[in-house]
Design a protein around this ligand. Structure first.
Ligand code: FDA
Length: 371
């Protein structure tokens, strides 16, 4: 009998399993994919670590989280400085003084501030994402950086989307073009999969096994179930399916040492069907005569597809709550799928560490964990 049967070998399931195993609990992980690591998984393609489910940059301000992940891998220093390609013109991104200098010729923060003020469209109460963005940054920045990208990402006109989708449009009136402002930022040397291998050492993991294919048997094997998959699927969609946006990735091995000179180029026009082109070797600089690029295509989602971005509208939130209310008493849930939330990796690590801490406290009052 296991103390915990953990469904999903992604970041949440793996951190929780490591913490509970170290505290003396007996854990088993069930993973339906043929690999560990969930969406953080990296595949080795010709010596290059390819982020199979989209580019993953680990960034955090949390000392405990940073120290924790560094137990399992050495992180190389990495600053995320993507570029924007808008109809063939390349811009510095996120929007900063370099970008505004390129667009408007401004050279100081004060000049940029004044120009930005003049550009803003006066809209008292923005009713949708387009109006909100126009009121924040004006038409030129909106059309160059927001309109096409948002339309592709969400499959709808920004004028039909709620303001809440983009909570802020970061504009820096400095020359700093580093995307993340966090104290720590890096990429695990040797790829994310190696980090997960190290984290899961000594913990049994069954891959290519869907928990739901033999749910009763797996439930009978554990005192508690830690479920990191989607709740609607757990209940066979009996209340309906939650809505997601999908993504398709096209990976390409290219016989040249460097394709675009940077890890990421965002394509912000509406005509290019993909939103990003990722060149993986720039995450971990590697001298070799080939490279791998991945183009990321936003896609409509239907039941059975991989889930990427939750569509957190009122109906989706209400459905999630109704499913959560149906969970059996010995179920714990965590991670992006089960909570129907977008989380960055550091948030997932922190929440799994927190849940493990709570378990260790509460379980020790009922029966002492083996040590
Ligand atoms: P995750 O989905 O990784 O793991 C859940 C696992 O459960 C999966 O492996 C799944 O197969 C398995 N599972 C589900 N149902 C099952 C069942 N019935 N039986 C068995 N197994 C089952 N964050 C960040 O900090 N920096 C970044 O740069 C990025 N980049 C990024 C790009 C893109 C395109 C996206 C969509 C997301 C990011 N992220 C990110 C977020 C990051 O991907 C996310 O925080 C973690 O992958 C979440 O880990 P989880 O364990 O919650 O889910």
């Amino acid at each position: 009998m296991y103390d915990y049967v953990i469904v999903g070998a992604g970041l949440f399931g793996s951190v929780f399993a490591r913490q509970m195993t170290d505290a003396g609990a007996k854990c088993l992980i069930i993973e339906k994919r043929n690999h560990i690591g969930g969406n953080c998984y990296s595949a080795n393609l010709g010596g290059i670590h390819v982020h199979r489910y989209g580019p993953h940059i680990f960034h955090t301000n949390d000392d405990a989280v940073w120290q924790y992940v560094n137990r399992f891998a050495r992180f190389s220093r990495f600053s995320y400085r993507p570029k924007v390609n808008f109809r063939g013109e390349l811009y510095s991104f996120p929007i900063n003084l370099n970008t505004l200098h390129q667009l408007w010729g401004v050279t100081t923060p004060q000049q940029a501030k004044e120009r930005l003020e003049a550009e803003r469209v006066k809209i008292e109460q923005p009713a949708n994402l387009e109006q909100w963005a126009l009121s924040q940054v004006g038409r030129e920045l909106y059309e160059t950086f927001v309109y096409g990208y948002t339309k592709k990402q969400w499959g709808r006109e920004p004028s039909e989307l709620p303001c809440s989708i983009i909570r802020r449009l970061p504009i820096r009136l400095t020359w700093n073009d580093d995307y993340f402002n966090d104290r720590y930022c890096g990429i695990p040397e040797g790829g994310y999969t190696k980090l997960f291998e190290s984290m899961l050492q000594g913990i049994p993991v069954e891959t290519e096994v869907d928990f739901l294919s033999d749910r009763c048997r797996f439930e009978s094997m554990g005192k508690s179930i830690v479920y990191t998959g989607p709740l609607d699927r757990l209940f066979d969609y009996e209340l309906g399916a939650s809505d997601w946006r999908g993504l398709r990735f096209k990976h390409q091995l290219i016989s040249q040492p460097d394709y675009q000179g940077v890890a990421a180029v965002n394509y912000t026009d509406a005509e290019t069907p993909y939103t990003r082109c990722i060149e993986h070797k720039h995450f971990e600089p590697l001298e070799c005569d080939h490279t791998v690029v991945t183009r990321e295509y936003p896609a409509d989602w239907s039941v059975g597809d991989e889930m990427y971005y939750p569509v957190n509208n009122d109906a989706g939130e209400a459905l999630q709550k109704r499913y959560a209310a149906k969970l059996p008493k010995n179920y714990l849930i965590g991670g992006r799928l089960a909570t129907y939330r977008y989380f960055d990796m550091h948030q997932v690590v922190a929440s799994a560490m927190h849940m493990a801490k709570q378990q260790i406290r509460s379980v020790e009052t009922i029966y002492p964990l083996r040590r």
